[in-house]
Ligand binder design. Structure first.
Ligand SMILES: NC(=O)c1ccc[n+]([C@@H]2O[C@H](COP(=O)([O-])OP(=O)(O)OC[C@H]3O[C@@H](n4cnc5c(N)ncnc54)[C@H](O)[C@@H]3O)[C@@H](O)[C@H]2O)c1
Length: 371
């Protein structure tokens, strides 16, 4: 299968090219997307020997001058030091203003490489080659890049608190790269697909429900439609509101809750797993506000459970601490909580949710023993 989804952006349109085996023939698609021929491949160290190697083979010496640097995909390392390492590798590789960075990895690698590209020599081209489902359907599209920062007094990192909007020149999605992805990480990506379904895409919801058994086992036979519909959902939103002044905030559904629990080590949650719990908390909050029925909430928690995604955290947490972390999330506005809440027909941004409702929503995702 080869599908091309064009995304418009204020800094120029780009394609999301979904092509099985596309990495092995990447030279043509990349040459069409950027004039750069001197490139730095920033690869997640887990895929250096596999998918980055396939790409390096495709970018033949003579036509391309390629340098490689590896990054480690760990949230505590999504920091300025990693950006400096990429800048240094770019300098060593002789990259100038007309060169490009190619990110090969999950969302973490894409965010780092994208931010490094946005700032190196005041901005060079970036191409995203996502190798996780989460990055394919979400992180690689829309141009958001960033790093985590330590938040004073909080004791752990605040997510993506520094960054930029830097749209890629091309997103190359090759599902063959998912063959090496651990099933837990694959399921994490499904959480973002559920989020996309919830922001007004009932067809995607039905698709996920019908194929839940195959999807949860990482069987990719039914993935094509899920990929296309999920990428389309993201495209629609980022085209309408590239810089997140309005509609793009809907993509944060579940994330203000998720970002409060994701950095807590004892919970051991991937980004997608934190989003899954965050979606449940946001739905509980919406139900308390009369925006969603119990049946609608149960339908989504059933789907998440069917996809083997968590709907609760495993260790009780102090709700005051979680509320404090939510206030530091960059989706807060002037210290006021800004929550995206699902409704029967999509999702809405709310600035006026009483803390009592947010507290009650957190209680619904605490483990049973903490009640
Ligand atoms: N920019 C955006 O719009 C956006 C959107 C959503 C999430 N994000 C960010 O994306 C990150 C989460 O992305 P993610 O879930 O892809 O996580 P990730 O990049 O940390 O990758 C998850 C794990 O899978 C491994 N991995 C990646 N590809 C692999 C492959 N093909 N085979 C084997 N192992 C592989 C990585 O080494 C890592 O251990 C977070 O930092 C989040 O903040 C950004």
């Amino acid at each position: 299968m080869s599908t091309r989804i064009a995304v418009t952006s204020q800094q120029g349109a780009y394609d999301v090219l979904i092509e099985q085996g596309g990495l092995a023939s990447a030279a043509a698609s990349m040459a069409a997307a950027t004039t750069a021929r001197r490139v730095l491949v920033v690869a997640d160290e887990q895929v250096v020997q596999t998918h980055a190697a396939t790409l390096l083979k495709a970018l033949q010496p003579g036509d391309w001058e390629v340098t490689l640097t590896a990054t480690r995909a760990e949230e505590p390392l999504k920091r300025m030091a990693a950006i400096e390492q990429i800048w240094t590798a770019a300098l060593s590789g002789g990259l100038d203003r007309h060169s490009a960075i190619i990110a090969v990895g999950g969302g973490l690698t894409g965010d780092l490489a994208g931010f490094a590209a946005a700032t190196y020599m005041r901005g060079i081209d970036v191409i995203q080659v996502p190798t996780t489902l989460l990055a394919m359907v979400d992180a690689s599209i829309g141009g958001k890049t960033g790093i985590n920062l330590p938040v004073p007094g909080l004791g752990h990192l605040g997510k993506n608190l520094a960054g930029s909007f830097w749209p890629p020149k091309l997103v190359l999605v090759d599902c063959d790269t998912l063959e090496t992805l651990p099933v837990r990480e694959f399921r994490s990506g499904l959480a973002e697909c559920v989020k996309h379904a919830l922001i007004g895409h009932p067809d995607l919801m039905r698709l996920l429900e019908v194929h839940a058994d195959a999807l949860r086992d990482g069987r990719t036979g039914t993935l094509d439609d899920v990929l296309v519909q999920s990428i389309e959902a993201k495209r629609l939103v980022v085209e309408q509101d590239e810089h997140e002044y309005g509609r793009r905030m809907l993509l944060n559904l579940g994330h203000t809750f998720a970002h409060a629990i994701e950095p807590i080590k004892e919970l051991d949650l991937t980004h997608g797993e934190a989003v899954s719990v965050g979606l449940c908390a946001a739905m509980a909050c919406a139900q308390l506000r009369g925006l969603l029925s119990a049946a609608e909430l149960n339908r989504v928690t059933d789907l998440l459970t069917g996809l083997r995604l968590p709907t609760q955290i495993s260790v009780p947490q102090r709700i005051d601490d979680l509320l404090a972390a939510m206030r530091y999330d960059k989706k807060a506005s002037g210290g006021q909580l800004r929550l995206v809440l699902p409704t029967s027909s999509g999702a809405e941004v709310h600035d006026d949710v009483p803390i009592a409702d947010v507290t009650a929503a957190w209680r619904t995702v605490m483990p049973p023993s903490s009640e």
